[in-house]
Design a protein around this ligand. Structure first.
Ligand code: AMP
Ligand code: MG
Length: 324
């Protein structure tokens, strides 16, 4: 049985004992495990059904905790940490030879992805654990990320020890993943920190194209850039300008399209921040409601690409991509 708990110290004790505990962050719920524990890390991949070539993000209570023991931080990393941590920015940095993070957690790469989350319960838990905690999204691999404890239980109930209840996530899309392990800076995933804000701090950031599963397996530099991800059961049709027969509608803005069998408006006021926070709950609800009503597809209205819109469009494109 998976327990719902509210005490970060209890979550930390479970993690130190090698158990899996889902925990709240500002982005989505993470599936926590002791990053030094080989069995715990392997259990994360098993619980999620996650391919082993896709490495995990290590979470720390402070930049110093990450930079002193597990990764090498240059001036850009320190500046980005100063500006955006705690917060939804993940940095891919060279791994220290002395790091005790389990090799499977890093998929055997010579880099590690690190982040300090902006959630008081997560930070309290991380301080109490006293070592890094891996935290991929707390859902089965490839499906929609969880933004409430109920979402976690739907996906992983019975497979993990506990969920630390921190209420709904405020940002709602995953962290921005930025690779600065070599000379340049490459955006591996748009997310909670707009790439424009990163560029204002460190200059131009490269944007690679997403890979198919086959290409990603071959190219270990960016294993998480799978084209199909974040997918509900019903197919998704992005950039909808009208609603077809049998479609549910993921709307955006004051004038949702007419004729949908089920409607979820991401933000009637047209605010991308509100839309990000409501995205995954909306996809889950339309998926369940659509199936209950016998609908066959989710049409998604266009969302502007500025700010958090980039991350929203990225998730919708992956939800709509051909399934593996
Ligand atoms: P998730 O844990 O589901 O939020 O996904 C973590 C993302 O970070 C995935 O896209 C991973 O491929 C990516 N990632 C984690 N570690 C690395 C790394 N060392 N190099 C490149 N990408 C990474
Ligand atoms: Mg995920």
């Amino acid at each position: 049985m998976t327990r719902l708990i509210t005490d970060p110290a209890e979550a930390a004790a479970l993690l130190r004992a090698g158990e899996l505990v889902a925990f709240p962050t500002e982005t989505v719920y993470g599936l926590g495990a002791d990053a030094f524990g080989g069995r715990a890390v392997a259990a994360v991949f098993a619980a999620k059904g996650r391919p082993h070539f896709n490495p995990l993000i290590c979470h720390f209570p402070s930049a110093a905790a990450a930079f002193d023991s597990d990764v090498v931080a240059d001036d850009r990393a320190r500046e980005l940490a100063r500006l955006f941590w705690p917060g939804p920015l993940t940095l891919v940095l060279p791994r220290r030879a002395t790091s005790r993070v389990d090799l499977l957690a890093g998929a055997g790469l010579d880099t590690l992805a690190v982040r300090v989350p902006a959630h008081p319960l997560a930070l309290e838990m991380l301080r109490a654990v006293g070592r890094p905690v891996v935290g991929p999204s707390a859902n089965r691999s490839g499906s929609v990320s969880p933004t409430t404890p109920a979402h976690v239980l739907e996906s992983l109930g019975g497979r993990i020890a506990a969920v630390l209840d921190g209420g709904p996530c405020t940002v709602g899309v995953e962290s921005t993943v930025l690779d600065i392990s070599a000379g340049g800076a490459v955006l591996l995933r748009p997310g909670g920190v707009p790439v424009e804000a990163v560029e204002a701090a460190i200059g131009p950031v490269g944007r690679p194209v997403p890979l198919s599963a086959a290409e990603a397996t071959r190219s270990l530099r960016s294993p998480g850039m799978l084209l199909s991800h974040y997918a509900p059961s019903l197919p998704v049709r992005p950039d909808a300008t009208e609603v077809g027969a049998g479609e549910a509608l993921l709307a955006f803005g004051p004038t949702p399209l007419h004729g949908a069998g089920a409607l979820w408006n991401l933000s009637p006021g047209g605010d991308t921040q509100e839309a990000a926070a409501r995205l995954f709950a909306g996809l889950r609800w339309l998926d369940a409601e659509g199936q209950r009503l016998g609908l066959t597809r989710i049409a998604a209205m266009p969302v502007p690409t500025a700010g958090l819109g980039a991350a929203i469009n990225d998730r919708l494109a992956r939800a709509a991509a051909p399934r593996r």
